[in-house]
Design a protein around this ligand. Structure first.
Ligand code: SF4
Length: 346
């Protein structure tokens, strides 16, 4: 069944922290929150969602479990009425690790909360400190264990390119998220918003924003860790549809509207290189045998990967064959392959 979220953005409510990268007004795409508007927002969103959809009311934007307790419960009560009426399936929310404890989880258990998304931006304490996250990696581990033990589904949200972060610390964070039992992940390359401390750090030359190329390469490296662990990646990069990526919001950083697609292209390009190297076929004319459902991603948008392979390695792809049973990409010499029976190709 297709899945849709009905997002309700709660900007900075209840969050006493000021992570260097965060401008909640930009991140939530909304500068004001009015409790009395929430039901109308949900009703409006539901009108556009087909009935045969698994729909969740999603409290995003701030640290939901850190807001005023009365408001949190009133919002959950409201969402619950939609669940009971059969208009939505369940509730999801996002929060930070140090706003999860036994009492909070007990409250959430009394509602139809299915998914808790946790900001696990880094599991490296030096990065957490440099970004003024206000919690440690140990806090994050404790929160993940508690969420899983209470039976919730866990989504880890990690960031790429934070101050003091390296490709190694990001890959470490990804492996930790896998080990902590996350059920899905989101990857956010760091974008510099106006009116943040990170913005000042850029002006003072204390921080260099990620280039688009680095963001793609580093995101693809953690994506590989998640993919190999069979963890679905449900988002890469900020959502342009919510006005987050406009020049009014963003000062610098990898702000490409199709960043996720570029990262997946890179992921599949690296698969091609691995297949070629395994068969020592760089620079030859080849036929590629690819899992059937991955043919178009392997080719890349507008044949981007095939053309890049030729440009960068002088390897000419003569044919790509999608195979139902195949699990990974394999390269063979075209001359040898064409003696075999012809197969459907792209
Ligand atoms: S904890 Fe979340 S909401 Fe609060 S400042 Fe940091 S990123 Fe923003």
């Amino acid at each position: 069944m297709p899945h849709r979220n009905v997002p309700i953005f709660i900007p900075h409510l209840g969050c006493p922290n000021q992570c260097v990268f965060c401008n909640q007004r930009s991140i939530s795409g909304c500068s004001e929150f009015r409790e009395e508007d929430v039901a109308r927002q949900i009703d409006r969103a539901l009108q556009t969602i087909p009935s045969d959809t698994e729909t969740e009311i999603a409290f995003f934007g701030g640290s939901f479990t850190g807001i005023d307790r009365g408001l949190m419960c009133r919002l959950l009560d409201l969402a619950e009425t939609y669940v009971r009426a059969g208009r939505v399936t369940s509730i999801r929310l996002s929060t930070r690790p140090d706003y999860i404890d036994g009492e909070i989880l007990e409250i959430l258990s009394g509602y139809s909360v299915r998914v808790i998304e946790l900001g696990l931006q880094s599991m490296d304490d030096s990065v957490l400190e440099r970004t003024k996250r206000g919690h440690t990696a140990l806090d994050a581990r404790r929160a993940c264990h508690a969420i899983k033990a209470a039976g919730f589904s866990l989504v880890g949200q990690m960031m790429i390119g934070l101050p003091a972060s390296t490709p190694e610390s990001e890959e470490f964070t990804a492996r930790e998220i896998v080990a902590l039992g996350a059920d899905a992940v989101r990857i956010y390359p760091t974008v510099v918003f106006w009116e943040t401390e990170l913005c000042e750090m850029v002006k003072n030359r204390e921080y260099t924003p990620l280039s688009e190329e680095d963001a793609v390469r580093r995101s693809a490296a953690v994506l590989r860790i998640f993919t190999e662990a069979k963890l679905p990646c449900i988002r890469i990069g900020l959502c342009s549809g919510e006005g987050l990526t406009s020049e009014q919001s963003v000062m610098a950083g990898p702000n490409h509207p199709a960043l996720g697609e570029l990262v997946w292209n890179e992921y599949y390009y690296q698969n091609l290189l691995t297949a070629l190297d395994r068969a020592s076929l760089r620079g030859r004319e080849v036929v590629l045998y690819v899992p059937e459902r991955e043919v178009s991603k392997t080719v890349g948008q507008h044949r981007r990967n095939v053309e890049r392979l030729f440009r960068e390695t002088d390897t000419r792809v003569r044919k790509i064959v999608g195979e139902k049973e195949r699990r990974e990409t394999v390269a063979a010499v075209w001359q040898a392959a064409r003696r075999e029976e012809e197969q459907p190709c792209i």
